[in-house]
Ligand binder design. Structure first.
Ligand code: SF4
Ligand code: SF4
Length: 441
């Protein structure tokens, strides 16, 4: 038996509509099989906490093998996985078509889903993963300042830790009013003069994202400005539900389906009119490029959306290849430390953000290909915050060593988490904002 990687990897759909997927004996059997193979391999030990927890359980068991680990302890491994997908995409030689057929992230997702359906998720986790509702409520004009003040108030943070399990030191996002949607209201192109190039149509319908709408509206405004500067027509998708990533991480697959059903009809309408789709948050892009198509392999709309969805920098590099990306930069950027967000890395599009930043004269990009440890709710929950800080440490060290003029990550949550750990006044800037600054527009 040889290791894989000689043939192109294949990703099997998530078989969550089958009865076997939800069968606890079948799940435990598969967990034991895969844990045993991982125990013999141990390649992923440095990626996250899931693997060290597994190997400690094995090493401290009476047999020092997986058969000595109590099945009741399997959940300790599962709760450390935040579905970054790195083990599958960057490390494992035993992914399909290898006969061992290991898909560690999707096995963790299955275990989370079974646990969720059996009532395993806490109310607090259900609430903080409802990013759209929390964002909407927190950014109501008269509420927003109180929420932002409360997020910095030690007494209220203590209360938040007790009631919602949000660690008192975790970096919570600032809420903004007006939202990105309000700021850009009425600011829509018709796309009549769009110029197609390569796989791009030259007209983009933007999925703002929960985070972009309420926590980082400037990022969305900057994206719109950069696209328009490059002659790309832009409109916002009229209505949005959450992409579903926070619910996926919780194992709440039924809600992911509900969100998908709310989002896809208008996506398809836009695609049928020739619009490409884009989101400024890598996790949301990954949902539409990978997770939803794998959850709904027979849904033609999901497959069509997958083909039409782009990462912003992937899109700009396609335009550059066709000679349609402007390089009339007015400002240099100097040295930039760029943390590669896991959910962008696993899209397998290459370092397109770095490629675009490198087009700005006198700009040097230091690439940091390590996980931030934030990964949605993992970096804010009381139970996992300290572990997430430990995962972020090597990134923080690399940023310090680089001594850059700018620190950036395509994932604004990861960027804020790392900047918080640096604790020296560094703030994370989104790369699309750096490009807008370089243009001086
Ligand atoms: S998907 Fe990410 S967090 Fe989960 S086990 Fe793999 S590397 Fe760890
Ligand atoms: S996921 Fe694959 S590479 Fe990672 S420890 Fe398990 S068998 Fe090894």
């Amino acid at each position: 038996m040889r290791e894989g990687s000689l043939e192109a990897p294949t990703r099997h759909p998530l078989d969550w509509k089958s009865d076997d997927f939800w069968n606890i004996d079948s799940l435990n059997h598969e967990l034991e099989r895969v844990f045993d193979l991982c125990h013999g391999c141990r390649r992923c030990v440095s990626l996250c906490q899931a693997f060290p927890v597994l190997f400690d359980l094995v090493d401290n068991s009476p047999t020092m093998e997986v058969d000595g680990v109590a099945k009741a302890d399997y959940g300790k491994v599962v709760e450390q996985c935040y579905l970054c997908d790195l083990c599958y995409q960057t490390k494992c030689p035993y992914i399909p078509p290898h006969e061992w057929n290991i898909d560690f992230p999707h096995l963790m997702l299955r275990a989370k889903a079974v646990d969720f359906r059996n009532g395993g998720a806490k109310i607090s986790s259900k609430l903080i993963s409802n990013t759209r509702l929390v964002g909407k409520l927190a950014s109501i004009p008269i509420v927003v300042e109180t929420v932002n003040w409360g997020n910095k108030n030690p007494t209220l943070r203590g209360l938040l830790e007790k009631t919602l399990d949000v660690h008192h030191d975790a970096q919570l996002p600032t809420y903004h009013s007006p939202s990105a949607r309000s700021r850009l209201k009425g600011n829509q192109d018709d796309g009549a003069k769009a110029v197609a190039a390569g796989p791009t149509s030259g007209k983009v319908a933007i999925f703002i994202t929960c985070y972009g709408d309420h926590n980082h509206p400037k990022m969305v405004e900057d994206l719109v400005a950069v696209l328009r500067h490059n002659g790309v027509a832009v409109k916002l998708l009229a209505r949005e539900s959450c992409c579903g990533m926070p619910k996926l991480e919780l194992g709440d697959l039924d809600t992911v389906e509900k969100y998908k059903n709310a989002n896809l009809p208008q996506f398809i309408e836009a695609v049928n009119e020739g619009w490409d789709l884009m989101a400024p948050v890598p996790s949301c892009v990954l949902m539409f490029k990978q997770e939803i198509p794998l959850m709904f392999p027979g849904d033609e709309a999901a497959q069509k959306v997958k083909r039409a969805f782009f990462d912003p920098f992937e899109y700009l590099m396609h335009r550059h290849a066709a000679g349609l990306f402007k390089t009339d930069f007015k400002n240099e950027l100097g040295k930039i430390a760029w943390q590669v967000a896991c959910h962008q890395r696993v899209q397998n599009i290459g370092p397109k953000t770095r490629d675009v930043l490198n087009l700005v004269p006198n700009t040097e990009v230091v690439t940091i290909e390590r996980c931030s440890g934030h990964d949605g709710t993992y970096g804010v929950k009381k139970a996992t915050y300290e572990l997430s800080r430990k995962i972020a440490k090597p990134v923080e060290t690399r940023v310090k060593q680089a001594a850059p003029q700018h620190f950036t990550s395509d994932c604004v949550m990861a960027g804020a988490h790392i900047a918080h750990g640096l604790g020296d006044g560094t703030s994370a800037e989104h790369p699309i904002s750096l490009i807008r600054n370089a243009y001086g527009i």
